[in-house]
Design a protein around this ligand. Structure first.
Ligand code: MF3
Ligand code: CO
Length: 262
């Protein structure tokens, strides 16, 4: 399958989807606290998504039961919301959320610390986010996708972290997963040429320890093989005509923080 180039109209709908998803992330991030079950987080997230007139894209996707993936500590991604799974002080919690707005998809993830977290956990979260922005410096028309992957992986590995290799980012549009696949490490080939109008979900998943992961018996939850902490940071972006990409899913708080300059 070829990589689709979105029209102006499609880009506008994806931009709207991204703004909504960013609001959901910001609101849900503020609601997260110790004592909540991961099912409560999912229910709250689903209500928020629907309050904006959107559909939770994960719900029912390949049989996934939730609207939000809630992954705690050594869980990398795809944690299934459960009534029995309670969030505790000191945990790190990754929320991965997808919405469909007028037929167009947006996908983003954030990792949050609950109350006081360890210094090593804080650094992991910050550096995982920064690895995404290191990738953004290369996400420009005329460059190759492999440069983005290499920039993410090289930055994360400079701290001795493990970069998850069994899962990657992806193109996105009317489908959650479109071509191309976007690894978070330096690929053997330089990959496709980036063109204006491509929309991509870029999502580094970074472990303090090994890059190796395992799947739990629920067939969804991905955990680090050594039990080390893992963080996730994902945005849906647009490759622009000139210069830096547009990031559709930054929260207002992140924009105010000035983490990314257009
Ligand atoms: N951000 C994840 C992805 O891009 C979310 C998929 S979770 C699923 O693959 F439940 F929908 F599969
Ligand atoms: Co994704």
């Amino acid at each position: 399958m070829a990589i689709t180039i979105k029209s102006e109209r499609e880009i506008e709908l994806m931009r709207e989807a991204g703004v909504i998803l960013a609001k959901v992330h910001q609101e849900l991030g503020h609601e997260l606290k110790a004592g909540m079950s991961t099912l409560q987080v999912d229910r709250l997230g689903e209500e928020m998504i629907r309050s904006y007139g959107c559909i939770p894209s994960f719900k029912g996707y390949n049989g996934y039961p939730g609207s939000v993936c809630v992954s705690i500590n050594d869980e990398v991604v795809h944690g299934i919301p459960k009534k029995s799974r309670i969030i505790k002080e000191g945990d790190i919690v990754s929320l991965d959320i997808g919405v469909i707005h007028k037929g167009y998809q947006s996908d983003a993830a954030r990792t949050h610390g609950i109350g006081e977290i360890s210094e090593e956990a804080k650094l992991l979260i910050e550096r995982t986010r920064q690895s995404f922005f290191e990738g953004m410096k290369c996400a420009q028309a005329g460059r190759h996708l492999g440069e983005v992957s290499a920039a993410i992986g090289t930055y994360a590995e400079s701290f001795g972290y493990g970069v998850v290799r069994d899962l990657c980012g992806h193109g996105i549009g009317t489908n959650m997963h479109e071509d191309p696949q976007i690894p978070n490490y330096k690929p053997l080939r330089r990959g496709p040429l980036l063109k204006a109008g491509m929309t991509l979900a870029i999502e580094p998943m970074i472990d303090i320890g090994t890059w190796e992961v395992e799947w739990l018996d629920d067939d969804w939850t991905v955990v680090t093989a050594d039990g080390s902490l893992s963080a996730h940071y994902e945005n849906t972006i647009l490759i622009t005509e000139n210069g830096m990409p547009e990031i559709f899913t930054l929260t207002e708080e992140e924009i105010a923080e000035g983490i990314y300059k257009f």
